[in-house]
Design a protein around this ligand. Structure first.
Ligand code: PMT
Length: 402
């Protein structure tokens, strides 16, 4: 694949595998990419900046406070310029810094500001790689959408044998090519995503809702954005950080979600409904806070809210792909199958929300894709990874309908 027109920002941190990053630069240049190298101070102890400078044909940045030749804010311009950020080798230290958002040198500062996808090629001692702290940092970064290549198992420079060897330059460049190619796959495609919980008010201070954090829908919106789609995210109440680079429409109740989605759906090529709308609302809503009744019972009547997915299913136009979710606590596949048919969906993502690591307000999920072709169970994976699987399926179906 030609990488002409692409700019890769390569961060090199201080590990013995830094010498292998030299070959990564050389391979990327041969494929036509522009490479901008940022080295940490420790990395310069292993390989000189001059080596990278010569191969990249561009000055290497090592110091946040160096006087620039041309006046711009270097870490911001580097961050904006990159189509992809790669850190190879990525030490345990940089993984920790990225996980918490530390910005104390040129590389961590640049990566914090960057919006481009991030690929990490870890390299460290097995004990460091398997340490609880590193495991958690890797999980955090994965959940945030970072991609990993390696590390591989084998003989390590410290004399140990085990996981921790940086992937070979050829494998790193292959991963870079795959990520850069993937960015284009939904370019020009309009994706409408719903996320979060709705609130059905009883009075100004009380409402009916559920535990949805928005993480699942946000992961889909981010993954679609990273594939170049034009994403509109209709969100109810959420606790997770709202994605950047997508159009956000805020709603409160299921009726508002219904109004927003049914007005936006005709424009969308794909509609993915990960929101958890309340199925019931209070028939009578009080304008004022309801007062206690001196021990008397409070009774109220609930009525059904409109079914958004079913309405979108009725207005489905040719070529459009509709995806729903099913959140179940029993008979997962049987209930999901009914929803697949009644909502006229192309496929439904069924999750048993009672399973540990699945459903509401966690970073992972366990799902089965159900469609006319049958059931496709997915493993326990991060919501971002599941989002990628959902989008692979959406892309296949969009192509099939052209
Ligand atoms: O947000 P998180 O904390 O990450 O949690 C993720 C999740 C558990 C919310 C998500 O994975 C999920 O399962 N979302 C669907 C929740 C839900 O409402 O499921 P349901 O089986 O009740 O509804 C089936 C489908 O119909 C869903 O696509 C839902 O968006 C839609 N629906 C439901 C009710 C309604 N009135 N109108 C609808 O369109």
């Amino acid at each position: 694949m030609s990488l002409r027109g692409k700019t890769v920002l390569l961060g090199v941190t201080g590990g013995i595998a830094a010498y292998k990053a030299v070959e990564v630069v050389s391979r990327l240049r041969k494929l036509g990419a522009q490479v901008r190298v940022v080295m940490t101070k420790n990395a310069t102890e292993f390989v000189t900046p001059l080596t990278f400078e010569t191969l990249a044909n561009h000055p290497v940045v090592t110091d946040t406070f160096a006087r620039p030749e041309t006046w711009d804010v270097a870490h911001i311009s580097l961050a904006k310029e990159a189509d992809l950020c790669v850190v190879a080798p990525a030490t345990a230290n940089i993984l920790a810094k990225l996980a918490v958002g530390l910005a104390d040198d040129m590389l961590s500062t640049t990566l914090l500001a960057a919006k481009a996808p991030l690929l990490l090629a870890p390299a460290m001692n097995t004990g460091m790689w398997t340490a609880e702290a590193t495991r958690r940092n890797v999980e955090t970064l994965r959940a945030r959408g970072a991609h990993f290549v390696g590390p591989e198992g084998g003989f390590l420079a410290c004399g140990d044998t085990g996981a921790g060897r940086m992937s070979e330059p050829a494998a790193i460049v292959e991963a870079i090519e795959a990520l850069l190619a993937r960015r284009e796959t939904l370019s020009g495609v309009k994706v409408l995503v719903t996320a979060g919980a709705t609130r059905e008010h009883l009075d100004p201070v009380r409402f009916l809702t559920n535990e949805s954090s928005g993480k699942m829908g946000f992961a889909i919106a981010e993954a679609a954005r990273d594939r170049g789609a034009e994403v509109t995210l209709v969100k109810g109440s959420t606790t997770a950080p709202v994605p950047e680079g997508v159009k956000v429409v805020q709603v409160v109740s299921t009726q508002e979600l219904y109004d927003a989605v049914t007005s936006l759906a005709p424009e969308a090529d794909a509609v993915i409904q990960a929101a958890a709308p309340a199925d019931y609302r209070f028939r009578d809503v009080s304008d004022q806070k309801i007062k206690k009744k001196d021990g008397g019972a409070l009774t109220f009547t609930l009525e059904e809210t409109p079914d958004i997915a079913a309405a979108v299913g009725r207005m489905k136009r040719p070529g459009q792909v509709l995806v729903g979710f099913a959140a179940e606590t029993e008979n997962l596949l049987a209930h999901a199958e009914k929803k697949l048919a009644s909502k006229n969906l192309d496929f439904i993502v069924a999750n048993d929300v009672t399973q540990p690591g699945a459903g509401f307000n966690v970073d992972t999920n366990i799902a089965t894709f159900l469609s006319a072709e049958g059931a496709n169970p997915r493993p326990l994976q991060t919501k971002r990874q599941l989002a990628e699987d959902i989008l692979d399926e959406v892309e296949k179906r969009l192509k099939g309908k052209q």
